[in-house]
Design a protein around this ligand. Sequence first.
Ligand code: ATP
Ligand code: MG
Length: 354
Amino acid sequence: MRLTSLGLHNFRNIKDSTFIIGENLTVFIGDNAKGKTNCIEAVFFLVHGTGFRETKEEELVLFGDKASAYVEGVFTDASGKISCKVGLVRYELGYKKSFFINKTKKQLRQYKQEPRGVVLFAPEHIEMLTGSPNKRRSYFDKLLSQFDYQYKKNLDAYERAMRRRNKILENFEDARKLQDEISYWNEVCTQSAAYATMVRQNYCDFLNKNQSIDSRKFRIEYLKNEFNQNQIEKYEDLELKTRRTMFGPQKDDFQIFLTQKKDKQEENVQKFGSRSEQRLALMWLKLGEIRYFQEVSKFDPILLLDDVFSEFDSTNKELILDLVKQYQTIASTTDLEIVNLAKKHKIPSEVIRL
Ligand code: ATP
Ligand code: MG
């Protein structure tokens, strides 16, 4: 499905605008702080019902006394058109969202069943490689939750159960009674963690099926920290002292290796990779995300490029242009480089000046 028009009302700094989106490449161009990323985020919001930068959803509504925002769009494919709309109303104590398909109100789950999807390239994704394990887990969690509702449900159940477990560990007075109090939560944690671990492992296996990119090869290793009976026993004494859960998938990590370097052993890209190797590793992960999207969803995603093009080296620029040829792409940028290169590659583009 292609997006053909995008309308924003009180969404972040954009009061009221409607944009025609091109079939191939559409580029939002403008100076800093004009609202380019906000437009990219609006497409993400239209598809997922959440933005990608907010800590609280209310932040998506225009500052000031405005109380409601919406993003709407029309998607088209061979079978016809559908119009989609996500509204957000801010109250004093929170917010309420609503979802519409062809003007009929839907539950979020129904809304998300429509065949629309995006793969986002954003500058902050590099932190996924160079930052803390938390950044990596959160990248994989967001991604996998898009495709598997059970994954999100199990993660939430695990987190809730672990919090209860931590409370019990924090407050227990008699170590002999602790086992009785904690065993129910151990059971919940074991079950929900097993599902999360399985999905994370499957995704890494999927990525490792296609290791090559631009004559290089990458490999991802899942450093899993399971929640099971063995671990419960192994950490029992330590947990009595620390009074916290000391194991489980909240401590998982992922390592990416560059496996083909002349005369060199494989290299951990996160620790030792050069900047360009890290960027290529990120591109490898993103290409994997597109492949996974197609395998699971059986349709093409829309690519969202938030100000990433000018940061890329020439290898990554070529890789991106190859993608732009294949997928509808919406990009934000401060200069015309991507538009000029697209012209060279005979890719039609629409430019929207903000
Ligand atoms: P850059 O080139 O620096 O990336 P940009 O064009 O991508 O800039 P955006 O990130 O889209 O800029 O932000 C544009 C403006 O929107 C910023 O000045 C920001 O403060 C403002 N903004 C963000 N959220 C809201 C909101 N809820 N209400 C009003 N303005 C907002
Ligand atoms: Mg921006």
